[in-house]
Design a protein around this ligand. Structure first.
Ligand SMILES: Cc1cc2nc3c(=O)[nH]c(=O)nc-3n(C[C@H](O)[C@H](O)[C@H](O)COP(=O)(O)OP(=O)(O)OC[C@H]3O[C@@H](n4cnc5c(N)ncnc54)[C@H](O)[C@@H]3O)c2cc1C
Length: 469
C-alpha cells in the first residue's frame, strides 16, 4: 500500500515546459518549497523535449529556438525545486491534493497552491482515413525527431495548417527526410485578412523573420506545395497509400508512405476541466480555454494556469507567464505584498506584450479549417478509442443527445483511455452544428478522474486521502 502522506510543498507544478520550469525556478528563488511533476522523463515540455540529452547534431538541426531550452533546464536544475520526472498526474482536487503515478506506483502530494502548466495539444484532424497506419500527427513525428533523432522513412506528405506545420516540415527537410509535398489549407484570402495585423506584429519582428526563414528553406528545397487545400481524404488498404484533395479548382491524388497531419494547437484543459474551473469558448481559434486573471489564477482560487494551457501564446510568452504565476503565488503565501509583486512583474509584463504582439497575425492567418472542426463525411471516425463516427454522433443528436455528456450514454464517445482528450473539441462542434446551437450552449465533456490511464492495483493501493465528493 502506498502511504505517501509526507509529500507536500507550497507550490506543486504540473508540467516542465517553459512555463513550469520558469515558475519552479522563480518560486524556489523566492523561498517557496516547490515540487514539479511531469510525465516526461526529463524537463523541457513540448518545445524543449529531450533538451538535456539531445544529440548535438539533433540540437543543431532543431536550431536556436530549441537550444534556448538548455538555459531554462539548467536554471531549474540549479534551483532548490523538487522534481518528479515520469510522474503522470491523474487527479487534482481544489484543496491542493494531487494524485500521480510513477513507475507503476500511485502517490499523493499536497500543495498550498497548484500551477497547471500542461501546455497545448494538437487539434484533432479528423479526415477520412486519418486512423490508417502510416497517418500520424506532425507533432508525433517531431517527438520522434526530438527524442530519438529519427524521421519517418519513404515519401512523406505534410498536410493541414499553422506555424508548427511549417516548422516541422522545415525541420524534417533539414533532417534529410523525403518530404514529397506540403498541402496547406491556408489560402491567399487568409494572408489578405491577416495583413491588418502586420503593424502590430512588427513589434515582434523576430517572429516574422523566423516565418520568412521557414518559407525560404521550404521553397529552396523545391518541394511541391499546394495552398487553399480542401476535401482531404487519406486512403489505403492495410496502410496509408495516398491522399486526395482539392486545390486550385482541381482534384489531386498523391501517393506516399507517411501522411503527417496538423491543424494548430489548442490548450490542454483536461486538468482544469476535471477541477470544474470556468472555461470560455474562443470563437476565432475554435478552442476552449480556462478563464484566468492576469496572473493565471482560475475560477478556483488555489489553482493557477501558466503557458499554452491557459491560451495559445507560444514558448517565450509561456516562460514569462510561469514567472508571473510564481510571483503571485509568493504574494499569496505572504512572501511579499501586492506592491512588490507588481513592481517585480512590471518588466515581465512589457516583454509579454511584445511576444503577444504576433498572436493576432498568426491567429488570423492560420484560422482553423471548418472541415477539420466539423467533419462533413459521416464515415469519418471522431472518437478513436471507441471508434465512433461523425455519422454516429449526428444520429445520436437526432435521437435526443443534446450535449457531449448525453452523447457518452448514447455512443460511449469520449469514454476510452484518452478520456475525450482527442475527440472532445470535434464532438462539441458536431453537436453544436447539428443542433444549430452555439458552442457555449453545447458545452464540453465533464472530465472525471482518472484523466490518465492507471491500473486498478495502483488505485486500490491508495487509501482515503481524497476530499469527499
Ligand atoms: C506536439 C507539439 C509540439 C510542439 N513543438 C513546438 C516547437 O517545436 N516549437 C515551438 O515554438 N512550439 C512548439 N509547440 C508549441 C509549444 O508547446 C508551446 O508554445 C510551449 O512549449 C508551451 O509551453 P508550456 O510550458 O505551456 O507547455 P509544454 O511545453 O507543452 O509542457 C507541458 C508539459 O506538461 C506535461 N503534462 C501534461 N499533462 C500532464 C499530466 N497529466 N501529468 C504530468 N505531466 C503532464 C507534458 O509532459 C509537458 O512536458 C508544440 C506543441 C505541441 C502540442
Amino acid at each position: 500500500m502506498t502511504r505517501d502522506n509526507s509529500e507536500s510543498a507550497d507550490l506543486v507544478i504540473i508540467g516542465s515546459g517553459p512555463a513550469g520550469l520558469t515558475a519552479a525556478t522563480e518560486a524556489s528563488s523566492l523561498g517557496l518549497s516547490v515540487l514539479l511533476l511531469d510525465e516526461q522523463e526529463e524537463p523541457g515540455g513540448q518545445i524543449y523535449r529531450g533538451i538535456e540529452t539531445a544529440h548535438p547534431k539533433t540540437a543543431r538541426l532543431l536550431g536556436p529556438d530549441y537550444q534556448r531550452g538548455a538555459a531554462l533546464a539548467s536554471a531549474f536544475r540549479a534551483s532548490a525545486s523538487g522534481y518528479r520526472p515520469g510522474a503522470s498526474v491523474w487527479r487534482v482536487d481544489a484543496d491542493g491534493t494531487i494524485a500521480y503515478s510513477r513507475d507503476g506506483q500511485a502517490h499523493i502530494v499536497r500543495g498550498k497552491r497548484i500551477l497547471v502548466a500542461t501546455g497545448a495539444q494538437e487539434r484533432p484532424v479528423p479526415i477520412p482515413g486519418w486512423t490508417l497506419p502510416g497517418v500520424m500527427s506532425a507533432g508525433g513525428a517531431q517527438v520522434l525527431l526530438k527524442s530519438a533523432g529519427v524521421v519517418p522513412s519513404g515519401r512523406i506528405i505534410v498536410a493541414g495548417n499553422g506555424p508548427l506545420l511549417l516548422l516541422i516540415a522545415q525541420q524534417l527537410i533539414t533532417a534529410g527526410a523525403n518530404v514529397a509535398a506540403i498541402l496547406e489549407t491556408t489560402e491567399f484570402s487568409d494572408y489578405l485578412a491577416a495583413a491588418s495585423s502586420l503593424p502590430r506584429a512588427m513589434q515582434a519582428g523576430d517572429y516574422l523573420a523566423k516565418g520568412q526563414r521557414m518559407r525560404h528553406d521550404i521553397n529552396a528545397a523545391g518541394i511541391p506545395q499546394y495552398s487553399g487545400v480542401s476535401h482531404l481524404a487519406a486512403s489505403g488498404d492495410e496502410k496509408f497509400k495516398q491522399i486526395s484533395f482539392e486545390s486550385g479548382g482541381m482534384r489531386h491524388t498523391l501517393s506516399a508512405d507517411t501522411l503527417l497531419l496538423h491543424a494548430g494547437v489548442v490548450p490542454n484543459t483536461q486538468i482544469t476541466r476535471q477541477l470544474d474551473c470556468d472555461h470560455e469558448w474562443v470563437a476565432d481559434q475554435r478552442y476552449w480555454q480556462p478563464v484566468l486573471d492576469s496572473w493565471g489564477t482560475t475560477s478556483c482560487d488555489t489553482v493557477a494556469v501558466a503557458g499554452d494551457g491557459g491560451s495559445i501564446i507560444g514558448a517565450e510568452a509561456s516562460a514569462i507567464a510561469g514567472r508571473l504565476a510564481a510571483l503571485d503565488t509568493a504574494r499569496r503565501l505572504g512572501i511579499f505584498n501586492l506592491a512588490e509583486r507588481d513592481q517585480r512583474a512590471a518588466p515581465l509584463r512589457g516583454d509579454l506584450a511584445r511576444h503577444l504582439a504576433i498572436r493576432p497575425l498568426l491567429d488570423t492567418l492560420f484560422r482553423p479549417d471548418p472541415a477539420f472542426c466539423v467533419p462533413p463525411d459521416d464515415e469519418t471516425i471522431v472518437c478513436r478509442c471507441e471508434e465512433v463516427t461523425a455519422g454516429d454522433i449526428r444520429i445520436a443528436v437526432r435521437e435526443g443527445a443534446m450535449g457531449p455528456n448525453q452523447l457518452k450514454v448514447f455512443t460511449r464517445c469520449g469514454m476510452g483511455p484518452c478520456q475525450g482528450r482527442m475527440c472532445g473539441l470535434t464532438v462539441s462542434e458536431i453537436i453544436a452544428a447539428s443542433r444549430g446551437a452555439t458552442l457555449t450552449e453545447t458545452g464540453y465533456y465533464r472530465i472525471r478522474p482518472p484523466i490518465k490511464p492507471l491500473t486498478l492495483g495502483e488505485l486500490a493501493a491508495l487509501d482515503d486521502k481524497f476530499p469527499t465528493e
